[in-house]
Ligand binder design. Sequence first.
Ligand code: FE2
Ligand code: FE2
Ligand code: FE2
Length: 167
Amino acid sequence: MHKMTEKNLKDAFSGESEAHMKYLIFSDIAEREGKPNVARLFRAVAEAEKAHAAHHLRLIGGIADTGENLKEALSGETFEVEEMYLAYDAVAKLQDEKAAQRSIDYALKAEKIHADMYKKASDKVGKGEDIEIDKIYVCTICGHTREGSALDRCPVCGAGSDKFKEF
Ligand code: FE2
Ligand code: FE2
Ligand code: FE2
């Protein structure tokens, strides 16, 4: 593929990914505002943007089998934990950005867990097996992720058990 087309598809993948995520978040807001049909529209268009993103990602060689995908996912989470969010946190502290520090802290704490989970999954899939995993709970406020049972309170942000989503 020509360099310029590849670069354009990378940019388009970023744009579509961002739109997908924004629309899902906007959908939640519309739901909360009692506008379920707008919420549904946002979810539908988000799905379309995901399809666009998937095509672009495939063409730029960003999709492989699950073994490779787990390695890629692990590497992303590890980068966030060991470099990105640590550096962002340092800057936010330096600039006394309290809300940003909290936002970064929520992410950093969850990414550590994600990296651990992906590491275990990657080892298993490397042996040609699927993982054995219990129910997974995610705090929809801070992203805290845990396997097993729901908690009364999120250990990171203090949200109640009703804020956990089960997978
Ligand atoms: Fe699109
Ligand atoms: Fe993560
Ligand atoms: Fe939380």
